[in-house]
Design a protein around this ligand. Structure first.
Ligand code: FAD
Length: 435
């Protein structure tokens, strides 16, 4: 034992560092631990870091709308010295194509309007004016490349979309974690890198700390599991899986980077696009590239991973499928023979909604199951987890009487039980990265 800490935080990704920052500000003496040698270099570094406001559920929409404001006010939120190198939020907007698959976005529009989120309905002319490289032929249902009907238009056209002008993305997600770690250090938070947690210690029916791979024990009355795709392994060694109806599991993802077609500056003029007609999302990427991710259609093989440190980091046919699907929308797209992009893991939950909760073990908490869609919510998740830990450590039973938490920017009170580990599976979810 090296020091006295009030809380240990496993993981220094964007959510782990947000929790460290918020707990340190609230007076907790925290130590964050990570097996990586650099902060933010778990799944956060591979994130597309899209900050959007539309979610399938009302609660998810409210949380994401709150989350946007921290990126907008990033420098003020952190309070770092003026010369600090900060991650940048690029507010390029987000267009979602209206399709039968997403029921023409009616529910999303209603949720956004009810919350006062700026949103516009766009005609096909407006879409073409923004994205002149786009063809609006419909190809639904999205298909695999080996399907004989792949890339055959179905005769219909996409007619309209919904545009959220305040959406955007963060150019360097690992740097955003490092920014929050630096901000946390100003409030006394400590970080130890390059050490692996192999056991969760218990005493008298409560958590007592962690054990590291070299046998060292670090003791504290509170432990927070923010291990990203490693969360299930930590929950297992903590012995807390039994009362969880919602489980977490690492899911491999490939993200494509391709150059924008000649003559169009997608990096400057493009926008984020979610397009269920071809089951792809896209956003501008550094170097006038276009980043293309998958919206996880059911018939694409889902590549679940058993070991979150040992998985195939090479591109597969999935890269080509995504690039070819996107080329249906952008016929002038050149697909280079040299594959570029990212291979990383989601920490997918049973219903693709995260778990922000206590556990059956006193003093042990979890912020996990971020399902490819919680980067944007990290700062508000940090605040909410701090309030939840204060509430439970103050003697309240969050399972019986869930914490009601006020989202500071938008002034709404939410029931934190929405994110419970033992909630019923939420049928309103898209059961995909869209949340
Ligand atoms: C390809 C991809 C695209 C994405 N795109 C978006 C997007 O556009 N918008 C969005 O909102 N979200 C997106 N996400 C999701 C988002 O990136 C994650 O929700 C977020 O980064 C998770 O942060 P985290 O802090 O929980 O986990 P991580 O960043 O994964 O951090 C967990 C840390 O825990 C450490 N750890 C694990 N086990 C141990 C152990 N036993 N001992 C010590 N350390 C341990 C790891 O080393 C790691 O650093 C995407 C994710 C991926 C993979």
């Amino acid at each position: 034992m090296t020091d006295n800490y009030d809380a240990l935080i496993i993981g220094t990704g964007v959510i782990g560092t947000a929790i460290a920052f918020e707990m340190a500000k609230a007076g907790w003496k925290t130590l964050s631990l990570d097996r990586n040698t650099q902060i933010g270099h778990g799944s956060t570094a591979g994130s597309c870091a899209i900050i959007r406001m539309h979610y399938s559920t009302f609660d998810g929409t409210a949380f994401a709308w709150e989350g946007y404001h921290y990126w907008r006010d990033w420098a003020d939120y952190l309070g770092l010295p003026n010369d600090a190198d900060l991650a940048r939020f690029k507010e390029c907007g987000c267009l979602v194509m209206k399709t039968e698959q997403n029921e023409h976005m009616q529910k999303h529009l209603e949720n956004s309007r009810a919350l006062g989120i700026p949103v516009e309905e766009w005609s096909d002319e407006q879409i073409k004016a923004k994205l002149p490289i786009y063809s609006l032929d419909s190809f639904a249902p999205a298909r695999r490349m080996d399907d004989p009907q792949f890339a055959q238009p179905n005769g219909a056209k996409l007619k309209s979309g919904v545009f959220w002008p305040l959406a955007g993305y963060v150019s360097d997600p690992a740097l955003s974690s490092q920014n929050m770690a630096d901000a946390a250090r100003l409030h006394g938070a400590k970080f130890r890198m390059g050490i692996q947690v192999v056991d969760v210690l218990q005493s008298g029916g409560k958590v007592a700390g962690v054990q590291l791979a070299d046998g060292e024990e670090i003791h504290a009355p509170v432990v927070v599991n923010v291990a990203g795709p490693g969360s299930a392994a930590i929950n297992e060694i903590a012995g807390v899986l039994d009362d969880m109806t919602i489980k977490t599991r690492p899911l491999r993802q490939e993200v494509v980077h391709v150059p924008s077609p000649a003559g169009f500056d997608f990096e400057e003029l493009g926008t984020i696009v979610s397009d269920s007609d071809i089951a792809c999302y896209a956003r501008p990427e550094h170097g006038n590239h276009i980043l293309v991710g998958s919206e996880d259609p059911e018939f694409d093989a889902h590549c679940w991973v058993n070991n979150d440190t040992d998985f195939d980091r090479d591109f597969t046919d999935q890269w080509t499928t995504q690039a070819m699907r996107y080329a249906q929308r952008v016929p002038s797209l050149g697909i280079p023979s040299k594959t570029r992009g990212v291979v990383d893991l989601y920490d997918a939950s049973t219903d693709w909604i995260p778990i922000y909760d206590k556990s059956s073990l006193g003093g042990y908490y979890m912020a996990c199951g971020s399902s490819g869609n919680q980067y944007k919510n990290a700062p508000i998740a940090g605040k909410m987890m701090t309030a939840l830990i204060d509430y439970c450590e103050g003697g309240k039973n969050h399972d019986a009487e869930p914490l009601q938490f006020r989202l500071p920017y938008i002034g709404r009170v939410i029931d934190v039980g929405f994110y419970s580990r033992n909630r019923p599976i939420n049928d309103e979810s898209s059961f995909s990265v869209l949340g």
